[in-house]
Ligand binder design. Structure first.
Ligand code: NOJ
Length: 549
């Protein structure tokens, strides 16, 4: 039997607030996405993952949902969503939405009722605690800084993994779970092709809620309490009651899932179609990222993971998302960012075992922005962590530097469409600052240039879909080659007698490798030097070959 449809696609992630504003209010919207469908079709992507578009007070840009059934007016209407689904369908593209069910918003009707009446049914949808002495129920630290507990006027504490405006849902309660499943099925019946599933490994709590020891005396990070024993029951039920009934694609954000439980999550009959491979997302803090040692560390992480995943299941491979800094900044020193290095990075991950995801703007090489103060940032996490750092008497300048480099706002600056005002993103005032480099880096400039990064990404997607190779990428094995050649990423994909080889020299000097010049399918340089059974790779040269080399 041939691979599932979601093994054959290229996914494009849209952060709707920052993608394209069709009505001039400074905020991207659904009609803006519809207007850009032809651009996306031309780019060659098949599935669009749209970050949350539901009604929300926008504490965390939509990851705090106050009505799961309604599109927030800021993004348009449910009718706009129907139109987007229909227009995408006409172009052969599918849409997956973000499923945020670890928590909702404190402005959701359920939570409002629970606050008003401790004895109502909805009070059982959340975690409330009373303490005798007004002390926080425990010492756990939320993901956005500060306690996981917030106190209500009546003295009850409620639990939140993220901000206090994102109360956690109580998955122990079967009634709550039924409400969640009903909502999931409603969207699937409407025609969405699946979901990216947010923060799902947090839904099972350590119900003892006991304080935990920490070395530094500060609060215990909740991020250590993911994938908690017992979670499987909830996930199996959700799969059976929702996902299995539709031929849908689910990709879970599942922090904390290691090799021990990977199969349960993303194996052949896992809870989800795939989970994101986060094993190499956080390399940006590595010292001297262009050094051979740093590149070798990255290489090791990627191929250790590939060796494991290719035996155990399926994953989503990516370089960027809305929680990360831009990949060119993450993996390259500033002075080495150029077409060659950006396209080398792209080639390196695009044909790995898994479904490739492209994040908006990655295809034109958008970079981190320059942040002059924390006041310019919009991210609730950056603000919370900044406040916490000040309370801990850490140097504010250092904290600003940290978030300038690693902060989530870096990937949330508006999509750079052209060199006109606000990068062509909006006719109004953008909700977040536009990266100053939009006059140089934008879609318009790259669209017609055959040697642009955008044109290169089109070649990547085209090759991924080419009839003769599609099975190789969807079904084929992966094998690292040239392992010992410093800073060279090289691997073969193979299926049913056909092979593809990817070779990337990820450094600013040339590199000789053993190999013959098989048919070149893709090359980010104009030429490839071959002599006496050797290939001489130029700095940041990336080549994809038909067959083995
Ligand atoms: C993970 C999402 O990717 C992030 O943007 C969000 O802040 C948290 N989950 C909370 O929903």
């Amino acid at each position: 039997m041939l691979a599932k449809w979601w093994k054959r696609v290229v996914v494009y992630q849209i952060y709707p607030k920052s993608f394209y504003d069709s009505d001039g209010d400074g905020i991207g919207d659904l009609n803006g996405i519809t207007e850009k469908l032809d651009y996306l079709k031309e780019l060659g992507v098949d599935v669009l993952w749209i970050c949350p578009i539901y009604c929300s007070p926008m504490e965390d840009n939509g990851y705090d949902i106050s009505d799961y059934y309604r599109v927030d007016p800021m993004f348009g209407s449910n009718a706009d969503m129907d139109r987007l689904l229909c227009e995408a369908g006409k172009r052969g593209m599918k849409i997956i939405l973000d499923l945020v069910v670890n928590h909702c918003s404190d402005e959701h009707a359920w939570f409002k009722k629970a606050v008003a009446d401790p004895d109502c049914e909805e009070a059982g949808y959340f975690y409330f605690k009373n303490t005798a002495d007004e002390e926080e129920p425990n010492n756990w630290c939320s993901n956005f800084g500060g306690s996981v507990w917030t106190r209500l006027a009546d003295g009850r504490w409620y639990y939140h993994t993220f901000s206090k405006k994102q109360p956690d849902l109580n998955w122990e309660n079967p009634k709550l779970r039924e409400k969640v499943y009903e909502m999931i099925n409603w969207w699937l019946d409407k025609g969405v092709a699946g979901f990216r599933v947010d923060a799902i490994t947090f839904i099972k709590k350590d119900l003892s809620f006991k304080s935990r020891a920490t070395e530094d005396g500060f609060r215990y990070p909740i991020e250590n309490l993911t994938d908690y024993p017992g979670i499987g029951g909830f996930l199996t039920e959700m799969k059976e009651k929702c996902f299995d009934k539709h031929d849908c694609m689910t990709v879970a954000e599942a922090p904390g899932v290691g090799n021990e439980t990977f199969r349960e999550y993303a194996g052949e009959d896992g809870y989800f179609s795939m989970i994101f491979d986060f094993t190499w997302e956080n390399m940006e803090s590595e010292a001297d990222k262009s050094s051979i040692e740093a590149v070798e560390r990255l290489k090791k992480r990627i191929f250790d993971s590939q060796r494991f995943v290719s035996k155990a299941g399926w994953s989503a491979v990516f370089l960027e998302n809305h929680d990360q800094s831009r990949c060119v900044n993450k993996y390259l020193e500033k002075e080495n960012i150029c077409f060659e290095s950006a396209s080398a990075l792209a080639t390196m991950y695009f044909f790995l075992y898994g479904t490739p995801f492209i994040y908006e703007g990655q295809e034109i090489g958008m970079t981190n922005a320059v942040w002059n103060s924390i006041g310019e940032m919009e991210d609730v996490r950056a603000k919370g962590k900044y406040k916490e750092a000040i309370e801990r008497r850490q140097d504010p300048q250092k904290v600003l530097e940290y978030f300038s480099e690693l902060g989530r706002d870096n990937s949330r600056t508006p999509m750079q469409w052209n060199s006109e005002e606000n990068a062509g993103f909006t006719k109004g005032r953008p909700w977040i600052k536009v990266n100053e480099n939009y006059k140089v880096i934008n879609v318009e400039e790259q669209k017609t240039r055959s040697d642009s990064l955008l044109s290169y990404y089109k070649k990547l997607t085209a090759l991924h879909h080419e009839d003769v190779y599609e099975d190789v990428f969807a079904e084929g094995s992966v094998r690292q080659i040239l392992e010992d050649v410093p800073a060279v990423f090289a691997y073969e994909r193979e299926w049913d007698g056909r092979a593809v080889t990817v070779v990337v020299n990820f450094k600013k000097g040339p590199q000789e490798i053993q190999g013959t010049k098989a048919e070149v399918l893709l090359n980010n340089h104009k030429t490839l030097c071959a002599k006496d059974g050797k290939l001489l790779l130029a700095p940041y040269q990336a080549v994809v070959f038909d067959g083995k080399i």
